[in-house]
Design a protein around this ligand. Structure first.
Ligand SMILES: NC(=O)c1ccc[n+]([C@@H]2O[C@H](COP(=O)([O-])OP(=O)(O)OC[C@H]3O[C@@H](n4cnc5c(N)ncnc54)[C@H](O)[C@@H]3O)[C@@H](O)[C@H]2O)c1
Length: 349
C-alpha cells in the first residue's frame, strides 16, 4: 500500500497522508499523535451508512474508544444547533483535553468538526479524514473551520489546524458523479491559479486521483504557509469564488458550489481582458465544458453585483477579485465597487 506524505509548516506542523485503501491503517497513523485517548467521531448520515462500521472497526482494533455523532448529510447541517449538540455530546462523553475529534466526511463535517475541536475545552486535537474530492483537495487542509449562520455561509469560524489529514482516495469511489465534479472545479481552479502543468494534465474526470490530489494539496500547503490567516496571497484560492458564491446564494443553493465556482471562474476569465490581462476564457471554458459544467449565468450584471456587495471579502468600497494573467498564473486585482459593476455590465446583459 503506497502513500504519499506532505508536510505543512504553519502555526502548527502536521502531515497530510494521501493514498488508496489506507483507511485500515488509520490507527497506526494517529497513534504517534494522539497516544491512547477517546475520540469523538463526527460524520454525516450518508458517509455513516457506507463507511460507519468500517471506520469504527479500524479505530477500535487500534485500541481507540470511539463516540460517534452523526449529522444529516448536506450543508444545512453545518449550523449552530448541530455545533452545540456536538459540543454537548463531547461533554456528555466526558472527553478531556487529551482526547480528540475525528472528522470523517466532506467539507461540511470537516468544517464543523474543526470548529468544535477549536472550541471544546478551548482546543483539543482533531484529525481530518476527507471523503469527498473537495474536502481532500481543499477544505481538510489549511485550518479554516466554520459553521453557517442565517446571515451567511461560513460567517462563524476559526483558524485551527488539524493534527493530521488522512486521505484515502478509495473513499471517493462512492461519491455521486455531481459531487465528484464539484471537487473537480476546485482542482481546475488550482491549475489556473498556480500550475499550468496540472491544468494540462486534466482532460476529464478520469484523472489519476492520488497524484492530482497530492499536487493540489501541495499548492494549497504552499499558499497556506505563506499566508495562513488569509491577509494576502491566500486570496488567490478564491478564484471564481466571489462570483460563484453570489450565484450559489441567488440560486438559493440550488446551483451546487462546484457548479457555481465553474460559472464564477468563467466570469473572472472574461473580466481579465477588461483589466488589461490576457483572455483565457475560451480555453478555460473548453476544459470546464469537457468536465460537464454548464457555464451559462442566468443572472444579470445588476443582480450579480447586488449579491457580491454583501460578500464578506468586500472592504469598504473596494473588492479584490482574482483574475487570470495566463493559465497557471492569477493575480489579485482590487477594483472599486463601481468599476466592478461596470465590468460586469460588459460581460453579462
Ligand atoms: N474549510 C475550508 O477551507 C473550505 C474550503 C472549501 C469548502 N469548504 C466547505 O466545504 C463544504 C462543502 O464540502 P463538500 O463538497 O465535501 O460537501 P459535503 O460535505 O456536503 O459532501 C457532499 C455530499 O457527499 C456526501 N458524501 C461525502 N463523502 C461521501 C462518500 N465517500 N461517498 C458518498 N457520499 C459521500 C455527503 O453526505 C454529501 O451529501 C461547504 O460547507 C464549504 O463551505 C470549506
Amino acid at each position: 500500500m503506497i502513500y504519499k506524505t506532505i508536510k505543512v509548516e504553519a502555526s502548527s506542523c502536521y502531515e497530510i497522508i494521501i493514498g488508496r485503501d489506507i483507511l485500515s491503517r488509520i490507527g497506526e497513523f494517529i497513534r504517534p499523535l494522539l497516544g491512547n485517548c477517546r475520540v469523538a467521531l463526527l460524520t454525516d448520515s450518508t458517509v455513516d451508512e457506507i463507511y460507519g462500521e468500517r471506520i469504527i472497526e479500524y479505530l477500535s482494533a487500534a485500541g481507540y474508544a470511539v463516540d460517534k455523532f452523526v449529522i444529516p448529510s448536506g450543508e444545512a447541517s453545518k449550523c449552530a444547533d448541530n455545533l452545540l449538540e456536538f459540543l454537548n455530546f463531547m461533554a456528555d462523553c466526558k472527553l478531556t483535553r487529551s482526547d480528540a475529534v475525528i472528522a470523517f466526511g466532506g467539507g461540511v463535517v470537516g468544517d464543523m468538526a474543526g470548529l468544535s475541536a477549536a472550541l471544546y475545552l478551548r482546543g483539543v486535537k482533531y484529525i481530518q479524514i476527507p471523503t469527498t474530492l473537495l474536502a481532500a483537495v481543499d477544505s481538510s487542509v489549511g485550518g479554516k473551520t466554520a459553521i453557517d449562520i442565517p446571515a451567511g455561509k461560513n460567517l462563524v469560524g476559526a483558524f485551527y489546524q488539524p493534527s493530521l489529514v488522512c486521505c484515502d482516495t478509495a473513499l471517493m469511489d462512492t461519491l455521486d458523479a455531481s459531487v465528484f465534479r464539484d471537487g473537480c472545479a476546485e482542482v481546475i481552479k488550482y491549475g489556473v491559479i498556480l500550475d499550468k502543468e496540472l491544468y494540462a494534465n486534466l482532460r476529464c474526470v478520469d484523472f489519476d486521483r492520488e497524484s492530482v490530489v497530492a499536487r493540489c494539496v501541495e499548492i494549497k500547503r504552499d499558499v497556506v504557509q505563506q499566508d495562513e490567516f488569509d491577509n494576502g496571497v491566500r486570496g488567490l484560492l478564491n478564484f471564481g469564488h466571489t462570483f460563484g458564491h453570489a450565484i450559489e446564494k441567488m440560486s438559493n443553493f440550488e446551483v451546487s458550489h462546484g457548479a457555481a465556482v465553474a460559472k464564477g471562474m468563467i466570469i473572472a476569465a472574461r473580466m481579465a481582458p477588461l483589466c488589461g490581462l490576457c483572455d483565457v476564457s475560451q480555453e478555460l471554458g473548453k476544459l470546464l465544458g469537457e468536465f460537464g459544467f454548464n457555464l451559462d449565468c442566468k443572472y444579470t450584471a445588476d443582480e450579480l453585483y447586488d449579491a457580491i456587495l454583501s460578500d464578506k471579502k468586500r472592504r469598504g468600497d473596494n473588492i479584490t477579485v482574482v483574475l487570470p494573467r495566463s493559465i497557471g498564473e492569477c493575480i489579485l486585482v482590487t477594483l472599486t465597487v463601481e468599476e466592478l459593476h461596470d465590468k460586469l455590465k460588459q460581460i453579462l446583459l
